[in-house]
Design a protein around this ligand. Structure first.
Ligand SMILES: [Fe+2]
Length: 449
């Protein structure tokens, strides 16, 4: 048992290293799938592949028709129309230069309880000017080669969750893989659209990393067909098996020095695989898989739902992060829900009116309470063919409900909007003197009431 909480980490920080990825990805096409890919459940060959490689692909798991309302909605979103994109005309290359610059449309006036979500130039009482606000539901990023719009705001739309993460056939697979009790998904990261690159821009390159989140099982569902070289989600098979023993804990990922060495080994020696397929195909991966946005050299938009899953477990805290203020640094809370502010800047450690945020795009947002060291069998608590699927899916309250945080669109705002704003530190934590703030855990109240 690991008693002491490890040093806190910025929740937005992925595990990656400097060394460039050595190998180009090979597509995962249906002829590579072990027998059973087109059936619900797991065949012995699929179980063996998941245990040794850390992934399995299910073909046609969800009918393509389930996604149509959300693809239709995507094409109607304000930034898509403002950027002049039209479904019938093609020419969707690098729309970032036409994307509305400030993407605060769709956010309620609920920042720190009542204000507008700040732009990078705005003065704000709870943080230094320019401190990050976290994810925006309409923000497009201009990545190295391709523009990417991560529409996180649709990720908490109940109908979208029902058509993707909480679809009955997904729930069946979650229990077949993870084993029950499975936490019923309440949100996912939304629709990630990767646009065709500008022909003048540099060729696509892989950016392998590991998310360092609380996700036990991750999945990517294609909402439209994704042929090779069209931005397919790219994985490094066996990477969870290689990284697992380097974590200081079995269920909470805690990187050690050895983790970075293993990461370099993976990037240099493991053959990456690019998931390709049709709408409704799903790749399931161990949550600690090394992955990358795929190479995208065609003229299609890659539409995918990115999803995180967990078992029901006793939990400790969320990864809150407090913005820097008055010249002080950003401070993250640890697994015990403790923030430690030093008195080394002009920032008053007792000041509870400072912005705290968490990674609201995730469904997996809470650490596990127990901190055992890694097990000899990393799949000790998984199902993987041990027990029949019996529908052991539990309606655990979502993290935003446990902590009474805003997330869903309010005030008449349409679908696809919303997000969790910053709240004052003093709303979620109590000051204990000496720069120490402690969050009150609400994680397990629902189990006891
Ligand atoms: Fe990632």
């Amino acid at each position: 048992m690991v008693d002491r909480a490890p040093p806190p980490k910025d929740p937005e920080m992925a595990l990656s290293t400097e060394s460039p990825p050595a190998l180009r990805a090979v597509p995962i096409t249906p002829d590579h799938d072990p027998p059973g890919a087109d059936r619900l459940g797991l065949s012995p060959a699929e179980i063996e592949q998941f245990r040794t490689q850390g992934f399995v692909v299910k073909r046609g798991l969800i009918p393509r028709s389930a996604f149509k309302p959300f693809i239709d909605l995507w094409w109607q979103q304000p930034p898509v129309t403002a950027a002049g994109l039209s479904r019938d005309q093609g020419g969707w290359r690098a729309p970032g230069e036409h994307w509305p610059k400030e993407n605060r449309w769709g956010l309620a006036s609920n920042w720190m309880g009542g204000g507008a979500w700040p732009s990078p130039e705005d003065e704000r009482p709870g943080a230094t000017v320019g401190e990050r606000v976290g994810r925006l539901p309409y923000k497009l990023t201009r990545d190295m080669s391709n523009d990417v719009w991560r529409w996180h705001g649709i990720g908490h739309d109940p109908a979208f969750v029902a058509a993707t993460s909480a679809h009955p056939r997904m729930l069946y697979m979650l229990e077949a893989l993870l084993g029950g009790p499975v936490k019923r998904p309440r949100r996912n990261r939304g629709i990630y659209a990767v646009f065709p690159r500008d022909p003048e821009a540099p060729a696509s390159r892989l950016g392998p990393h590991m998310d360092q989140s609380m996700t036990e099982l991750s999945a990517v569902t294609y909402l439209e067909d994704v042929p090779p070289d069209s931005g397919g989600f790219t994985i490094y098979p066996t990477s969870p098996q290689l990284l697992y023993p380097t974590s200081a804990q079995a269920i909470n990922w805690v990187a050690t020095e050895r983790s970075a060495e293993v990461m370099d080994h993976i990037k240099t020696n493991i053959q990456p695989l690019e998931f390709t397929g049709k709408a409704g195909d799903v790749i399931f991966c161990h949550g600690w898989i090394v992955h990358s946005a795929g190479i995208h050299e065609t003229d299609r938009i890659r539409f995918a739902a990115v999803q995180d899953f967990n078992k029901v477990r006793e939990r400790s805290h969320m990864r809150w992060t407090a913005a820097g203020k008055n010249g002080g640094p950003r401070i993250n809370c640890d697994m015990d829900g403790v923030f430690r502010f030093s008195g080394e800047s002009d920032d008053d450690p007792a000041d509870g009116h400072r912005e705290v945020t968490n990674q609201w795009i995730m469904d997996s947002n809470e650490f596990v309470l127990a901190r055992p060291e890694p097990f000899d069998d990393m799949f000790r608590e998984w199902n993987l063919g041990r027990r029949p699927v019996e529908g052991n899916v539990v309606d655990e309250p979502a993290w935003w409900e446990k902590y009474s945080l805003p997330l869903l669109p309010t005030g008449g705002m349409p679908r696809g909007t919303g997000g969790t704003p910053a709240v004052p530190l003093s709303d979620i934590a109590e000051y204990g003197g000496d720069g120490i703030w402690r969050v009150t855990s609400r994680a397990n109240d629902w189990m006891r009431s």
